[in-house]
Write a protein that binds this ligand. Structure first.
Ligand SMILES: [Ca+2]
Length: 239
C-alpha cells in the first residue's frame, strides 16, 4: 500500500512496518509537538487564538454552541442562511510555520450529505485572507459532500479526489497526516490504522510550510444547503 511518507526500504521491512503502525495513526500525536488543541468550550464567543474572516453577502459565521447531541459539551456550529452567499464567514487561525510534518484532526457531525464543510490549509507564501479566500491560493482544500471527504485537486477542471466516508447524524473523526516536503498527505477516518486514500493525496497548491487553517460552511449554489454542520476537538501537531 502506498503511503505519503516513503520510508520503506529493503532489509528494514519489519522494523519499518513497526514504525509505520506506530507512527501513522494517532500514536504519532505524542511524537510531534502539540501546536494547538481546541475543544470549542467557550459558548457564544470566538475561540482563543482564532479570528473570523467575514464573507460578502453572508450573515453567517461559525460560532460555539451547545452540542445538539450532548448538553454537557460545546461545539463549533456552522450554519448558512438560504439564498445568501454559498460560502459563509470563515473561522481561521495562524500558527508558527511547520515545514516537515503536520497532523490535523477534528471530529465533525454533518446533518445532511449535501456539501457543507470547507476546510482549508495554507502557508506563509500567501496571507491568510488569500489562503482562505479562494481555491486558487489554498494548499489543502477539503470538503464534505455526498457522504465522502473530498479534496480539490485542480481548480480549472474542478477535479476532486475522495478519501473516506461519513454518515449524516454520526460524529466522525478525520485526521490529515501531512508530509510537507513531499507536498502530500494521508487521510485517516475514526482512528483507522490504514489510510482511506489509495494513493497519497497531493497538495492543491504547493507550500514550503503550513501555518494557517480555516473552517467554513459552503453549499453548492443549486443545492442552497442550510442544514447545520458541527465541529469539535480540533487538534494540530507538527514540527
Ligand atoms: Ca467541545
Amino acid at each position: 500500500m502506498k503511503r505519503c511518507f516513503k520510508i520503506l526500504s529493503s532489509g528494514w521491512f519489519l522494523l519499518v512496518l513497526v514504525v509505520l503502525v506506530t507512527s501513522m495513526g494517532l500514536a504519532a500525536d505524542a511524537q510531534l509537538p502539540l501546536i494547538h488543541s481546541q475543544d470549542f468550550e467557550t459558548e457564544g464567543d470566538l475561540p482563543a487564538g482564532w479570528d473570523w474572516l467575514m464573507t460578502a453577502n453572508s450573515p453567517n459565521k461559525p460560532v460555539v454552541v451547545t452540542d445538539p447531541t450532548n448538553p454537557a459539551n460545546r461545539v463549533l456550529e456552522m450554519r448558512r442562511t438560504a439564498d445568501t452567499n454559498p460560502l459563509t464567514g470563515r473561522l481561521y487561525m495562524v500558527f508558527d510555520p511547520v515545514k516537515e510534518r503536520l497532523q490535523v484532526s477534528f471530529r465533525m457531525l454533518a446533518t445532511t450529505d449535501l456539501r457543507a464543510l470547507r476546510f482549508i490549509l495554507g502557508g506563509t507564501a500567501n496571507p491568510p485572507a488569500n489562503v482562505h479566500g479562494s481555491a486558487n491560493y489554498a494548499g489543502i482544500y477539503l470538503i464534505t459532500s455526498g457522504g465522502r471527504f473530498s479534496f480539490l485537486r485542480e481548480v480549472a477542471t474542478n477535479r476532486w479526489v475522495s478519501a473516506g466516508y461519513y454518515l449524516p447524524g454520526q460524529w466522525t473523526k478525520i485526521t490529515l497526516d501531512i508530509d510537507i516536503p513531499n507536498q502530500c498527505m494521508d487521510v485517516y477516518v475514526d482512528d483507522a490504522k490504514t489510510p482511506s486514500n489509495a494513493d497519497p493525496i497531493p497538495f492543491l497548491n504547493n507550500y514550503d510550510d503550513l501555518n494557517t487553517v480555516s473552517l467554513a460552511y459552503q453549499s453548492v449554489t443549486s443545492q442552497n444547503n442550510t442544514a447545520p454542520m458541527y465541529i469539535d476537538d480540533l487538534v494540530i501537531h507538527g514540527k
